[in-house]
Design a protein around this ligand. Structure first.
Ligand code: HEM
Length: 532
């Protein structure tokens, strides 16, 4: 009897999902004039949509090769996905008005902010100019803290025993390091001791706050994905059953409320004359927040959302992050012996391996600190990261948008309201008309003046129609300057401080899901203290 009931439930759920999918499909706008990759019929297009989950790279490459400089489309389960290629269309997409082609609407479709992070985060994004300007401007002042936190968090999470090799999960370790480093800049040391007048005893809030911020991103994404599978009218119910936003906000407020209240007290008392005012994200937010946004609850939601962008967002939704990039970079660096040695020599000893041979142990360790700082800002480190993003792109597409009104590009490509539009960035990054030897990983491609180095866009954080990991111009990632410094410092620290290898010397294969491409999240790497 139980078996019959369970078979019936499966059949019911399958029928429900299929009928929702078919009804959404039937309402897909007509985009017949745009060439398709894969079949486009009522049922066959489902095959193409499923194929895209496993072969996105190949399908995007096929579209790019056949329709370079134009638009092409690939069916999704519920809508047509339109992809653009070529600098002209990329520039037009960037210039398209937000009320026609909207980044906010697309991100709302993806993250369901009404349910997951709060509607106002998307519709009153006052934190974005703060990330872009205040955070970026303060990077030199923040650098000693960034370096200090990176050193401390690697120490804490690797737990090395003398010079023995220790195996750690790469992704989880990097999540912890990025989480701590970002939050050192976002909210300062565990307790803002300069202002906690009522409780001089320092109590570390860090483990729980770290736990919360690193877990928050994942839970937001899970809820958003689940809601996607239900019709709109059921979203509030699904959300109520699954969402832990209220709990997360309460948990976050336990840590942030006392800090916010103390800071507010000092602001009221000293105003602009408050000499010890903390110089961090929380303070900048408090300076700019208006009305209801000033409450501890709203500020906590805002801080959690900034963490969501900074730490790790979702593979499933083609949003990449510092964590995935750094894990990928580590795997690349320590797979290729040549790359590793060349890079190590540059970081430790300047530019050539002959210097490496001749440098004495004493002078090596003496130079270490200085070199570390120097290498963080070196063009080579920058080029290394930029090349990793180009070559092994964490997603195959960029500039995710949704048409909220019909829009026509200058070449006549007509995008009806409701369709999604993105740029096929992976084939652009591997286009040999843009990059010499595009299929070769050349860590110093952008710092080598004879190649792309002479062009204005050789820096990791600069954007260009031929380089799109952060989007392009106006709505490009505001945290890219911060992430560049954070990751270069992490890279230099790892190379200077540790020897790293895989257990069997083999890099585990990347995992792809639709247009998302990430290193194996379960990969383990071995660390040991570098012998000097
Ligand atoms: C390797 C690291 C990172 C990558 C590859 C990355 C990539 C991106 C991309 C592709 C976008 C969308 C741009 C567009 O729509 O055209 C974006 C948006 C965003 N990123 Fe990042 N990001 C990274 C790190 C960060 C960090 C560290 C922060 C915060 C400090 C951050 C905060 C944001 C925010 C708030 C947005 C939304 C901007 C908006 O809606 O206008 N990101 N990022």
């Amino acid at each position: 009897m139980l078996e019959v009931i369970s078979a019936f439930s499966y059949a019911f759920v399958t029928a429900l999902v299929l009928s929702i999918a078919i009804s959404k499909f039937m309402r897909r706008p007509n985009v017949d004039s745009i060439p398709s990759v894969g079949p486009g019929g009522l049922l066959t297009s489902y095959w193409a949509a499923v194929k895209f989950i496993f072969y996105a790279r190949e399908m995007l490459q096929e579209g790019y090769t056949k329709h370079k400089g134009m638009a092409f489309k690939i069916p999704g389960l519920f809508c047509w996905n339109i992809f653009l290629s070529g600098p002209k269309l990329v520039e037009e997409l960037r210039r398209a008005p937000e009320d026609h082609i909207s980044a906010r609407e697309r991100i709302s479709d993806i993250l369901k902010p009404r349910y997951t992070i709060g509607h106002t985060i998307i519709h009153n994004p006052y934190h974005i100019p703060i990330i872009l300007t205040q955070l970026t401007r303060n990077l030199p002042a923040q650098f000693p803290d960034i370096l200090d936190e990176i050193q401390a968090s690697f120490d804490d999470h690797l737990q090395l025993n003398g010079y023995e090799w220790t195996s750690v999960p790469a992704f989880e370790t990097i999540v912890q390091v990025v989480c701590r480093t970002s939050n050192r800049v976002f909210v300062g040391l565990p307790l803002c001791n300069c202002i906690n007048l009522s409780s001089p005893k320092l109590i570390s809030i860090r483990p729980d706050w770290n736990d919360l911020t690193s877990g928050f991103a994942l839970s937001v994404v899970k809820v958003a994905i689940t809601i996607d599978f239900f019709p709109n009218f059921m979203a509030p119910l699904v959300n109520r059953l699954l969402s832990n936003l209220p709990k997360s906000v309460q948990r976050g407020m336990k840590h942030l409320r006392p800090i916010i209240e103390e800071r507010q007290k000092c602001l009221d008392e000293y105003g602009s004359g408050w000499e010890d005012k903390p110089n961090d994200m929380l303070s900048w937010l408090m300076d700019e927040a208006q009305g209801e946004e000033r409450s501890a609850e709203s500020l906590t939601k805002r801080m959690l959302s900034i963490n969501l962008g900074a730490i790790h967002v979702c593979r499933r939704y083609h949003l990449s992050s510092s964590v995935i990039l750094f894990t990928d970079l580590l795997l690349l660096l320590f797979t290729g012996d040549d790359i590793y040695w060349f890079y190590t020599c540059i970081v430790l000893f300047g530019c050539s391996s002959s210097v490496h041979q001749s440098t004495t142990r004493r002078s090596r360790s003496h130079c270490r600190g200085r070199r570390l700082v120097k290498s963080c800002i070196s063009e080579d480190a920058d080029s290394f990261l930029k090349e990793t993003l180009r070559f092994d792109g964490l997603t195959f597409i960029s500039m995710l948008r949704k048409a909220v009104k019909d829009f026509t590009f200058s070449d006549g490509t007509f995008v009806p309201a409701g369709c999604t539009v993105s740029v096929a960035s992976m084939p652009i990054h591997r286009d040999s008309d843009i990059y010499k030897n595009a299929d070769i990983f050349d860590p110093f491609r952008f710092s080598n003046e004879e190649q792309e180095g002479e062009q204005a866009w050789h820096q990791m954080a600069s954007t260009h129609p031929g380089y799109l990991p952060f989007g392009h111009r106006r709505s490009a990632c505001p945290g890219r300057f911060f992430t560049a410094i954070e990751l270069k410092t992490m890279l230099a620290h790892v190379v200077v401080t540790y020897d790293v290898k895989f257990r069997d010397g083999q890099r585990p294969a990347n995992v792809t899901f639709g247009p998302a491409n990430s290193p194996d999240m379960k990969a383990k790497i071995l660390f040991r203290k570098r012998v000097v």
